[in-house]
Ligand binder design. Structure first.
Ligand code: FPP
Length: 249
């Protein structure tokens, strides 16, 4: 083991603390495959995935990364078996309840994005309670996407803006990129600098379509439950080797 990867509690010395992404987004893929490889039910993969997420959130705090946004459940995920959907919804609810005290203690500010109107009342209440309890926190901004689809989010924003135009509150000429951003679920969050996708798939799968316009994309074969600090370190090293041009020469 090299000295800078012994514990990884501190920022590894081969990373430049002034060039870290301020907002990291993650598509947490591969829970099912992780479980299958071990002859375990898929649900065990999701449980281990939740543990990996918890450590990543703590790592963001330890290393000074201000925002983490994760894709927990897409609008397409309703197509999974009822057993798996129910398991995931119960897992989310339990986590929002069980981890709330620690999130408050660690200064995490929780946000949940997506179409929440169709979640069960008890999950909705757990989300609402956790958001309210953490709303004034100044630490890592932790955003969880549940029943989220990037296209749907943009459509919802357009509907709100169109309603405002029809009511005479704004003019068509007032519609610009800033206005649209302000009507997305992620309003007030800076766009992600880095998108991490685990388990090797080279797709963004309807995640943060607008917000990822200039993000660096890092795909790793590591399955999500194995995505630990060492894997995050590799992702950040890779990110720091990129030259971000934002479309300029
Ligand atoms: C994708 O792996 C993972 C999910 C659909 C669920 C992710 C959820 C968690 C890690 C729990 C997080 C909890 C909170 C509160 C944010 P997959 O099932 O698609 O894996 P596969 O592609 O190998 O089948």
């Amino acid at each position: 083991m090299t000295p800078n990867t012994t514990s990884l509690i501190e920022l590894p010395t081969d990373l430049d603390g002034t060039q870290l992404p301020q907002h990291v987004a993650a598509i947490m893929d591969g829970n099912g495959r992780w479980a299958k490889q071990r002859g375990l039910p898929r649900m065990m993969g999701h449980k281990r995935g939740a543990a990996a997420l918890k450590d990543l959130l703590r790592c963001c705090k330890d290393w000074g990364i201000g925002a983490l946004t994760v894709y927990a459940f897409s609008t397409e995920n309703w197509g999974r078996s009822m057993e798996e959907v129910d398991f995931l919804m119960t897992l989310f609810e339990n986590l929002f309840q069980a981890e709330l005290a620690e999130m408050v203690l660690e200064g995490v500010k929780l946000e949940v994005v997506g179409d929440l109107a169709h979640l069960s009342p008890s999950l909705y209440r757990a989300i609402d309670r956790a958001k309210t309890a953490t709303q004034h926190n100044q630490g890592v901004r932790f955003t969880v996407a549940i029943n989220y689809g990037g296209r749907q989010e943009i459509v919802r924003a357009c509907q709100t803006i169109a309603t405002q135009v029809r009511a005479g509150e704004i003019e068509v000429a007032d519609i610009d990129e800033n206005l649209l951003s302000e009507h997305l679920d992620t309003a007030n969050l800076p766009d992600p600098d880095l998108l991490i996708r685990t388990s090797g798939e080279m797709r963004i799968s309807n995640f943060l379509l607008w917000q990822l316009a200039y993000a660096e994309i890092y795909v790793t074969d590591t399955l999500w439950p194995d995505f630990d600090r060492r894997a995050f370190h590799q992702a950040l090293l890779n990110y720091q080797q990129r030259h971000r041009r934002f479309g300029k020469a």
